[in-house]
Design a binder for this molecule. Sequence first.
Ligand SMILES: [Zn+2]
Length: 174
Amino acid sequence: MMADEELPPGQPKATDPREIEVEQLAIRLLKGVFTKSTRPGAEREWGGVIYRQGPSARIGHTGPIEGDSSHHVDVGNAGSNFGCPSDASPVAWYHTHPVKFTYSVSNGVVTRIRMGWDVFEDGDLAISDGNNLIGYIIDPDKRIWRYRPPPGQMIEGKFTPDATAQGGWGPLND
Ligand SMILES: [Zn+2]
């Protein structure tokens, strides 16, 4: 397990103009919801989806949606088109990781459990890799992270990453 502040290599910010637009919106939304998300004792994940809509491919977003705990938010992935308008295509999603630790009490013994605030795995990975969506996170230190899914192809209407390919993950450089 990594030490608390040992971070993976920094990722360069987006350079493609269309991706810059998406990334800047993700950063603005995440920084905007950070204080609400990290309220001491009431930490909640917040998140949503960024999409492009219509012939002009203008940018829009859902949320930020309040999660049900400090480690989960429902961004609409179970529903149709992530709750975006029907003529919209999701291109990225964003959510907060508000806590580094959680505590559990059993028989009066308090155990500190490290949260995966600096990893992109399980449900996060399933959303990005299953839908070809770039994922943006804000961590408890207000750092922005980006996950870029691996290349892949559409198979029977479902984005399927190439078997040996890996996504790119890390904090964004300033
Ligand atoms: Zn997450």
